[in-house]
Design a protein around this ligand. Structure first.
Ligand code: NAD
Length: 360
């Protein structure tokens, strides 16, 4: 198969980790007889330096002309970098919001997996960590409280602020469909998280999710209230396969779920639109404190590339090969500094990437 991949290396550790992700993609292409064509694009701080803005129309057009986007991370040190002296809409992060909007990316997928080899990094009790967990949080990304009308005004002499949590049935239906489709690629279980005992938006959410579930009789559906979900994540994370939820609940719960895996350098993410198109990036930031030192953990970027193969290209075997290569490399005791433990072999970012690519 021939595929076009837009590559945004970005800032900080972005170029280092994306280089290693491309090594894994090339290894998969060679093994399975595919041809991947890469287009290098600027976004974030590096685009500000060259173009004066974090995101250009050319970058958007080139992404749209590709089959998927692989991204590193954007942004710099927010206290020292000159990028943060610019107005908010000219800063690196504005590029990220801009590209998500321009590409219509409404579903954010964050797998949270505890590798048995790294279970010591899990902050939960040993008996919970030993069971392991492998879940995927799907967060609605373009609606809800963060996009509803807001205002601050004086009412009866008191300063008063209002935010609006708004969803229509189409916005809910399209993310519910994504959740059931993704569950079919995993263990066929969806837990939908809402606050239907209080919020109208949640009652509509639950109604539409139930309607969509009728088209997926092979996928088990349960509903859970958000306060309970926050507790269950630390009590028994192994019960979750796909968790689907609205924007703000997903923002909070996905950070909680990341935390219990113990290592930000291991967590990939994907943002999808209604088609197979998606943008794939590590969950972490640009880590300016270790940028340019060949120390970063490239695994989140490599696993993001595996998600790209799985969700945008429907290349299940190829994605499995990359994910298994990561497991094998960890099994053999290789570690970057952030996940290093006694008795293991410390390797650099590029060495880790090469070891994984060799095992694809
Ligand atoms: P960060 O995730 O960049 O770093 C937090 C800590 O985790 C640092 O100590 C860092 O060294 C470490 N870390 C992160 N990724 C790592 C990896 N792959 N390997 C080893 N260690 C790793 O978060 P931050 O310091 O809050 O933010 C730094 C910059 O990144 C800011 O400009 C922020 O706006 C930006 N940011 C970008 C994205 C994105 O591109 N999607 C996301 C979050 C933050």
């Amino acid at each position: 198969m021939e595929k076009k991949i837009a590559v945004i290396k970005g800032d900080g550790i972005g170029p280092e980790i994306v280089t290693e992700a491309v090594k894994a993609l090339d290894a998969a292409a060679e093994k399975f007889g595919h041809k991947f064509e890469y287009t290098q694009l600027l976004m974030g701080g590096c685009s500000i330096d060259v173009n004066g803005v974090p995101l250009t129309e050319e970058t958007i057009a080139a992404c749209k002309a590709s089959d998927a986007v692989l991204m590193g991370s954007i942004g710099g040190d927010t206290t020292t970098s000159p990028w943060y002296k610019l107005p908010a809409d000219k800063r690196p992060e504005a590029g990220l919001l801009g590209i998500r909007k321009a590409l219509g990316l409404f579903a954010n997928l964050r797998p949270c997996l505890l590798y048995p080899q790294l279970s010591e990094a899990c902050p939960l009790k040993k008996e919970i960590a030993d069971k392991g967990f492998d879940m995927l949080i799907m967060r609605e990304l373009t609606g809800g409280l963060y996009f509803g009308q807001r205002k601050t005004e004086t009412v009866d002499g008191l300063e008063t602020a209002v935010d609006t949590l708004i969803y229509n049935e189409n916005e809910i239906r399209r993310i519910a469909i994504k959740a059931f489709e993704v569950a079919r690629k995993r263990r066929c279980s969806v837990i939908s998280v809402d606050k239907a005992n209080v919020l109208d938006s949640s009652r509509l959410w639950r109604k539409i999710v139930n309607e969509v579930s009728a088209d997926y009789p092979d996928v088990e559906l349960k509903h859970m209230l958000v306060d309970n979900a926050a507790m269950q994540l630390v009590r028994d994370p192994a019960q979750f396969d796909v968790m689907v939820t609205e924007n703000m609940f997903g923002d909070i719960l996905s950070d909680e779920a990341s935390m219990i895996t113990g290592s930000i350098g291991m967590l990939p993410s994907a943002s999808l639109n209604e088609t197979k198109f998606g943008l794939y990036e590590p969950s972490g930031g640009s880590a300016p404190d270790i940028a340019g030192q060949n120390k970063a953990n490239p695994i989140a970027a490599i696993l993001s590339a595996a998600m790209l193969l799985r969700y945008s290209f429907d290349m299940t075997e190829e994605a499995d090969a990359v994910e298994n290569a990561v497991r094998q490399t960890l099994d053999e005791g290789y570690r970057t500094g952030d996940i290093m433990s006694e008795g293991c072999t410390l390797v650099s970012c590029s060495e880790m990437g090469t070891l994984i690519a060799q095992r694809v």
